[in-house]
Design a protein around this ligand. Structure first.
Ligand SMILES: [Zn+2]
Length: 157
């Protein structure tokens, strides 16, 4: 759960995000979704991060952003079928604990992009949250001044 979120109210958990998007120009195994459904401050901060990255010669793609509760459950079911329940539980949070459902999380790709974003150390409002998910960032306005909170090993456990 995003206990540190002190911004405006998060997005409606039942508003879906895009189901995919155009191919990421920097790496065709990823997509670049629209920011549709993200909490408005987060969408704005993401667009600013993309522009800042571009000036540094880095392409940032939004491989996944907003999910509804239903989309989060569907993703869990897909991972469970593919990898089994234990692995699914390491990678996909239940809907009531996912920052994607609240519209305050982004999965950045490709690796050069998320490594660049990580090096901004929260100055753009985005912080990497988990050791095992380099691409997963969450937004909070106070990260810009306070920096990033300590990283957690993985989404659950
Ligand atoms: Zn994520």
């Amino acid at each position: 759960m995003v206990a540190y979120w002190l911004g405006n109210p998060p997005a409606d958990p039942d508003t879906p995000g895009p189901e995919g998007g155009p191919t990421c120009k920097a790496d065709s195994q990823y997509v670049n979704e629209s920011t549709t459904g993200l909490q408005p401050d987060v969408a704005k901060a993401w667009e600013a991060a993309v522009a800042t990255a571009k000036r540094a010669g880095i392409t940032l793609c939004l491989n996944d952003g907003k999910r509804s509760r239903a989309q989060q459950l569907a993703q869990f079911a897909q991972y469970e079928e593919q990898y089994g329940k234990d692995v699914a539980e390491q990678l996909v949070l239940p809907p009531d604990r996912s920052a994607h459902v609240l519209g305050v999380a982004v999965d950045a790709q490709p690796q050069a992009g998320w490594q660049w974003l990580q090096q901004t150390k929260g100055s753009l409002g985005f912080c990497r949250r988990y050791d095992n998910e380099g691409w997963h960032f969450e937004y909070a306005p106070q990260f810009k001044t306070a920096g990033c909170p300590e990283r957690l090993p993985k989404p659950v456990g």
